[in-house]
Design a protein. Structure first.
Length: 277
């Protein structure tokens, strides 16, 4: 899909700076009550599953470039400028991507997904309206020279604040309960099907593994994506690659390591029933 030049820059004149907008057909959030909004239980286990799916083949990597177009740099900068202001967090950002229309998600590039989530989250936070986004889009499409309608808006304090966030030493550990599991414990991933955001990939659900590291308490993404900062113990769990991918897996002596929060796990010897793995 070809990026639409200048539109983001026009929209940002309404708010914080300048950037460039890519239109993803059929996924412009005309309002926040979309058919893909899983916060109301309308969908679960969507096309976006973080573990990936069979059938798409290997990912072609022609180069190691971080950006492949100027508009991608601008989307990256915009998101990094918004989040430190508390408009929305990284879990809400991922949740916005997860609510994209499945066809749009599969056809979108990496930064097109970032942009779709950015638009949705700005609308849901009442920073801009869907009508303002669409008006900016139309202005860019109909302008003789879109560069003429891009304003130069600067905010040195904001730029300094964003820079400070990136330069500060990050500490993500939180106060919370003592971990229920220790290194060497055998655990089983619950057979969970949440109606919202989660960082538990489907490919390890109902699979047994061994705790190889305990990381302390960290913000639970499942809660954070919905506005609740609740901490839970975080573990790295190792799985036999054949337990995950079957006997046909390549490199059958390998171990798959996955970072999993405690609510995703139970002791392996517990009887959880069909619904709990």
């Amino acid at each position: 899909m070809t990026p639409v030049p200048w539109t983001i820059a026009i929209l940002l004149c309404l708010w914080i700076g300048t950037y460039e907008r890519e239109s993803i057909e059929d996924d412009r959030p005309a309002d926040v009550e979309t058919r893909n909004d899983t916060s109301r239980g309308a969908a679960m286990n969507g096309i976006h599953d973080m573990g990936g799916m069979h059938g798409f083949g290997p990912v072609p990597v022609a180069d190691d470039a971080q950006f492949h177009a100027d508009w991608e740099r601008l989307v990256f900068a915009m998101v990094k400028g918004v989040r430190p202001q508390g408009v929305y967090n990284i879990d809400r950002s991922r949740y916005g991507i997860e609510r994209m229309d499945p066809a749009a998600y599969l056809s979108a590039s990496y930064f097109e997904r970032w942009l779709a989530s950015l638009e949705r989250n700005l609308i849901e936070a009442d920073v801009v309206s869907a009508e303002e986004i669409e008006a900016a889009h139309e202005r860019a499409l109909t302008a003789d020279d879109p560069a003429d309608i891009v304003c130069d808006r600067r905010d040195p304090d904001l730029a300094a604040g964003v820079r400070a966030v990136f330069e500060a030493d990050a500490d993500f550990e939180r106060e919370g309960d003592d971990p229920a599991f220790a290194v060497g414990d055998s655990v089983r991933v619950r057979n969970m099907h949440p109606e919202g955001h989660t960082r538990c990939p489907r490919y390890v659900r109902r699979t047994s593994g061994e705790v190889v590291e305990v990381h302390g308490n960290h913000v639970l993404p499942d809660a954070s994506a919905h506005g609740e900062e609740r901490a839970a113990p975080l573990y790295t769990v190792g799985f036999d690659v054949q337990d995950v991918w079957g006997s046909d897996a390549e490199n059958r002596e390998d171990t798959v390591h996955v970072d999993l929060w405690e609510p995703y796990l139970r002791a392996d010897e517990e009887s959880g029933g069909d619904d709990d793995g």
